[in-house]
Design a protein around this ligand. Structure first.
Ligand code: PLP
Length: 489
């Protein structure tokens, strides 16, 4: 530091380091208290739409405000508007846990402010991404031939996979585009009727259109019917259409069903169609020797997605995308303007080449810290416990005369509904009653469960994936469900 810079007053745009230290310590204390007392908050926010925005001024302040004042407003106005994904009673959707190492890593990452578009703009972030993704790849048993890249979400990963499939299959789309061309046949993408809506969104974004997405019916266990997939591809080829890709799901959003990936891979190999495996949620289970089979056949896929921000205790967001054909992803996306050329290009991996975004934040730091902080053994034990708890909930449902299970439980989600014995209620009445039951238990603030639609019937859904969700939480959820169901009568 030069004497000049030492003499300068602290920049008005930054805090003097003594203030930062004090504020940072206070913030860490706040977070530690939050983690300790998260169960004292209602899981689901109790505010009304517009309430938070109405409590905040319309304009940014002209003058600096003290950090303490900002924190006071954060506690008074924003905290009541938080739905607590960190609450172990959060049993909705797929729970995401903001673990301690994840929070610390995010803090550090923001301070370092790395932008890893090029290797040289952050050699550490670039290389750590490969290392951390390599660790995860080995933990879930994918072969080393799969190169990894981190995207924000699985939705974005699926968009990249389908774009790569188009690049691999169709004539020069990169240069000539796709729309209004008479020399390329209409394209088709296939997924099951249980696949996540991100596949539909990718079709919309790519301009392929929803009509070009063929939803293959599922069997009684909500798994893609491979015979119908093969028929659909054959039918489309006869009609002069171009099958681009199949999206198989390992752990579907509603029931966590696992598509028969080995059989789907065989069809894709025969038809030369890109296979993308969406294991956003289910892939984590492959860490367990008992569940390694969930990713069977994924080694034959062209691309695979696993979301550490779903079931690997990583705060949102971090989605791991793997491909055996990252060269195709690069030929779809790599584009280097003069001002981004570097002398080491060719010897290094520039992350901007493997996706649509240029700027990329240092997400691998949290994955690396989380894997080291917990160690694989602890992570496996938590995932195994979640699967055990789901089986326990399923056994309570199966033993209760007024509840029925609506799907098998391959992983850590249970789908069921209240259906009173001798009730004689129609499906529409049961849908209404179950929606009411869900709202009643959620209004207690102790738990949060969500719903789905299974073959036209409203199903309640208990999803166990939070790091700290223990037997007492699922017992309490079951007590609340049975208690309020009894009142429904
Ligand atoms: N795939 C599956 C199976 C999902 O359940 C979800 C979200 O729940 C997604 C993809 C999309 O995940 P993301 O929020 O990372 O885009």
């Amino acid at each position: 530091m030069t004497s000049d810079s030492r003499d300068q007053a602290p920049s008005p745009t930054t805090s003097p380091s003594s203030d930062f230290r004090r504020q940072g310590h206070a913030l860490v204390d706040w977070i530690a208290d939050y983690f300790d007392h998260v169960e004292s908050f209602p899981v689901l926010a109790r505010v009304k739409p517009g309430e938070i925005a109405a409590a905040l001024p319309d304009h940014a302040p002209e003058e600096p405000e003290p950090f303490e004042a900002v924190m006071a407003d954060f506690e008074r106005i924003l905290v009541p508007g938080l739905t607590h994904w960190n609450h172990p009673g959060f049993l909705a959707y797929f729970p995401i846990t903001g673990s301690a190492p994840g929070a610390l890593a995010e803090f550090l990452s923001a301070a370092l402010n790395q932008q890893a578009m090029l290797w040289r703009t952050s050699p550490a972030a670039t290389e750590l991404e490969s290392v951390a993704l390599g660790w995860l790849r080995r933990l879930i048993g994918l072969p080393d031939a799969f190169e990894g890249v981190i995207y924000d979400t699985a939705s974005v990963g699926t968009l990249h996979a389908l774009t790569a499939a188009r690049e691999a299959t169709a004539a020069d789309v990169r240069a000539k585009g796709w729309l209004a061309r008479t020399d390329v046949p209409g394209a088709r993408v296939y997924c099951s009727d249980q696949a996540h809506s991100s596949v539909d969104k990718a079709m919309i974004t790519m301009g392929l259109g929803l009509d070009s997405l063929c939803k293959i019916p599922t069997d009684e266990r909500f798994r893609m019917r491979v015979d119908l997939l093969a028929d659909a591809i054959e039918r489309d080829r006869r009609a002069g259409l171009l099958p681009l890709a199949v999206v198989a799901t390992v752990g579907t959003t509603s029931t966590t069903s696992v598509d028969p990936v080995p059989d789907i891979a065989a069809v894709c190999e025969q038809e030369h169609v890109w296979l993308h495996v969406d294991a956003a949620y289910g892939g984590a289970a492959a860490m367990l020797p008992s569940h390694a089979g969930v990713l069977a056949g994924a080694d034959r896929a062209d691309s695979v997605i696993v979301n550490p921000h779903k079931w690997l205790f990583t705060p949102f967001d971090l989605s791991a995308f793997y491909s055996r054909r990252m060269d195709v992803i690069r030929s779809a996306f790599a584009l280097t303007p003069d001002y981004l050329r570097t002398q080491e290009a060719g010897d290094v991996r520039n992350l901007m080449d493997t996706g649509i975004q240029l700027g990329r934040r240092f997400r691998s730091l949290k994955l690396w810290m989380i894997l080291r902080w917990f160690g694989a053994r602890t992570m496996r034990a938590r995932i195994a416990e979640h699967i055990r708890l789901a089986q326990l909930v399923a056994s309570w449902i199966d033993a209760h005369k007024d509840f029925e299970r609506l799907a098998p439980v391959p992983l850590s989600v249970v789908c069921f509904r209240w259906n009173p014995a001798q009730g004689g209620l129609s499906d529409a009445e049961l849908d209404a009653a179950n929606a009411e039951l869900m709202n009643l238990v959620n209004s207690t603030g102790e738990i949060y469960v969500s719903h789905t639609n299974l073959r036209g019937r409203l199903s309640l859904r208990v999803a166990i994936g939070h790091l700290d969700t223990a037997e007492r939480h699922v017992r309490r959820a079951w007590d609340l469900l049975t208690l309020h169901a009894a009142a429904l009568r």
